[in-house]
Design a protein around this ligand. Structure first.
Ligand SMILES: [Zn+2]
Length: 256
């Protein structure tokens, strides 16, 4: 793609033009989105290999020598990447401990990767066992573990993406912290939470489907759903039938 560097002279000229002319009004950009000073296009790209910000439409270089905020190292496979990153994985609500607790892996090797001795092996086995037992201690944590496993199970049956699972897990945690779970079946709460998330994110899953995979009745899920909706102050978008069309069409094996 041809690129031209915009001279400061031409920049000031267009800026003056847009300030006085009515061109400014027609191309009102969304706030926070960069706009090309030459052509008004919002197709601005950051090229980190060249250190430039440029307009994809006309090729104007808007900014030079930009700083790459990515890592300064390279990794050629997953194990290298794992060794070189200096942070842990992001917090995950789908894990009972949010992925923040210590994990003892299943390999009998020390941190250099050398195999450990037989006596130490026994100690590590014991440590691992007690670590597992103590990490899920209170009844609430146990409840959460069961619920998140159930969430994982029905989400995979419904084919929900990891992002949706995270959203559902977060909503379930909210319900737990407000004490809304007490006296209810975990399975029915999880099913209702999944139903709410599917509706909120416009994912076409019917109540019938969720009832089928969760093994709970529609009536029960509906009851918990209404209860959660009222107590958590959730506003629901109306279901748009359009979202169901592609799925049902492919299930009925209809042509495009
Ligand atoms: Zn441009």
């Amino acid at each position: 793609m041809p690129r031209k560097k915009s001279s400061p002279k031409s920049k000031t000229k267009t800026a003056a033009k847009t300030r006085t002319g009515k061109r400014e009004k027609e191309a009102e950009p969304a706030p926070g989105r960069p706009v090309c000073p030459e052509c008004g296009s919002t197709r601005i790209r950051r090229d980190y290999t060249r250190g430039e910000v440029y307009c994809e439409k006309c090729g104007t270089v808007i900014e030079e020598n930009i700083i790459d905020s990515g890592p300064e190292w390279r990794a050629f496979d997953a194990s290298q990447r794992e060794k070189r990153v200096r942070t842990g994985a992001p917090i995950r609500y789908t894990l009972a401990n949010k992925g923040l607790s210590t994990e003892i892996d299943m390999y009998y090797r020390d941190f250099r990767g050398v195999k450990i001795s037989a006596e130490q092996r026994a100690a590590v086995t014991r440590m691992r066992k007690w670590h597992k037992r103590t990490s899920v201690s209170s009844s609430m944590e146990r409840n959460l573990t069961v619920a998140l496993n159930e969430l994982e199970r029905i989400s995979s049956l419904l084919g929900l993406s990891p992002n949706l699972r995270e959203a559902a897990a977060l909503l379930y945690r909210k319900a737990v912290s407000k004490g809304l779970i007490r006296g209810r079946l975990i399975e029915s709460v999880v099913a209702a939470v999944v139903y709410i998330i599917c509706r909120q994110y416009n994912i076409p899953r019917t109540l019938d489907e969720i009832a089928e995979v969760s093994g709970m009745s529609k009536k029960e899920i509906g009851r918990v759903y209404r209860f959660l909706k009222a107590d958590l102050g959730i506003s629901m978008p109306l279901t748009n039938p359009v979202h169901y069309v592609p799925r049902f069409a492919s299930e009925l094996k209809l042509s495009g």
